[in-house]
Ligand binder design. Sequence first.
Ligand code: GLY
Ligand code: MN
Ligand code: MN
Length: 473
Amino acid sequence: MSTGERDTIADETVEAPVENSSTNRKQPFPQGFLDTISTGWAERPEKVPAPRAQAPFAAKRRAAVSAAFPGQRLVIPAGSLKQRSNDTDYVFRAHSAFAHLTGWASDAEPDSVLVFEPTDGGHDVTLYFRERADRTTTEFYGDATIGEFWIGPRPSLAGVAADLQIATAHLHEFRPSEGELVLDEDETLTRVVSELRLIKDEFEIAEMRRAVEITANGFDDIIRELPAAIAHARGERVVEGVFHRRAREDGNGEGYDTIAASGPHACYLHWTRNDGVVAPGDLILVDAGVEADSLYTADITRTLPVSGTFTDVQRRVYETVREAADAAFAAARVGVRFRDVHAAAMAVIAERTAEWGLLPVTAEEALDADAGGQHRRYMVHGTSHHLGIDVHDCAQARREMYYDGILAPGMVFTIEPGLYFQIDDLTVPAELRGIGVRIEDDILMTEDGPVNLSADIPRTADEVEAWMARLRG
Ligand code: GLY
Ligand code: MN
Ligand code: MN
C-alpha cells in the first residue's frame, strides 16, 4: 500500500462508505468482531535486547556529523514505502545514510527520522519512529500496511533504544522546525554524510567480507546450475534466480539487480532484462552482489565459459581484461590518486586493442587526455567506484574526495575493467564480435597495500576452468 490513504478495514464500518477499490471487495466488520478483537491477548513482556554490534560504530559516526554542524538542527529521514502498483509497495529499504548513522538496517521502520537537536555541547540525538500500536487500536488489526496483525511484530520504543543505543520517541512527536537541514535537501549535509562513508570502520569491513563470502557461494551455485540454465529457454533468468535464492537465504537480498548476460548480451553493460538463452560455447557475464542484513553489499563480476572451457579467442580477451585488472591492483597504493587506478587499467586496454589493430591511432595517441580515447569504445565505463552500504557508495562526495581523491586505508572500492565487442561493431574482426568480458573484484585499501576481498573467487582463465570442472563434476 502506498503512503497516504491507508487501507484500513475498520474504516469500512463508517456509514455509507464510498465504493472504491478498498471498499468494493471487503466485508465490513460486524459489531461482535469489533467488541471482542481487542481482548483476549496475552501480555507481551517488554523485551529489551542487548546493544547490537554496530551500535558503538554508529555512535562515532553520529559524533562526527554532530561536530561538523555545531548549532544546527539536522534531520535524517529513513524514507517511506514506495508504491509499486495499486495497493502493493516495493520492499522497504532505509536510506543508506540513515542506516549508516543508526545501525538500523534491513529491520528499520519506514518513515523513521533521526534528529540531531543542537545543544550547548553538541547535539541531542533522537530517533523518531512509529512504535507498534496497542491492540486496542484499529491499526493493530485493520491496517494492512503497518498493523501487526498483517505484517507481524513491530518494535517498541524501549526495544529500539536498547538495541541501537539511541534515545527514541514516537513519530507523532516529531515536529519539523524552521532552518533545520534535511538530508537530500541540504547539499552540505548530504555531502558530509556521503564523504563520511569513504573510510570504512572495522564493523563495515567485516560486513563487506561477509557479503563477499555469501556472493562467492552464490557464484558456486550458479556454476552448479548452469546445465539447468542451458536447458531453459530463458537461461539467464535461471542464473538470476539461483543467485537470488542465495542472496535471500543468507543475506537481505541483492545489492543491485543481477546482470546475467550471456553471449552478446555481455556487451550491454547493465543488461538486467536477463531473458536470453545461455548457449554452450558462449561466455556468460554475471555481475551480482549479495547485500547483507546490515545493508553492506558486494559487487562481483565473473565471466564464465558456458561449456567450461574458453576458446582461444575468448581466452585472449579474458586474459587481457585480467591483465588490466592486475595492473589496476598493482597501482592501488595508499597516497595514490583514485583515478590513477583507472589509468593503469586503461593503459593495458589501449595497448592491447592497438596491438590487435582495432584502433585508428597508436596506444600512446589513444591515451592522450584531450585528443585520445579511441580505445574507450571497447570499455566506456570506469574501472572503480567506492563500495559499501550503497553499491555506488559515497556518490555525493566531492570530486576532489572521490575521483581526484587520494587512496587511504579503510577505503573499499571495486576494480572492474572489461572489454566489450558489440555484435555489430564493424571496427573489430568477426571473431571478436559478441564477446563481452568483465572481471570485478572488491578491494580493501590498507597501509600494506590493497587486499582483494574477493580473492577466493577464481579469477584467471585457468582457475575459472578448474573451478567449473570441480563444481560440475
Ligand atoms: N554492478 C554495477 C557495477 O559494477 O557498478
Ligand atoms: Mn561495480
Ligand atoms: Mn558490478
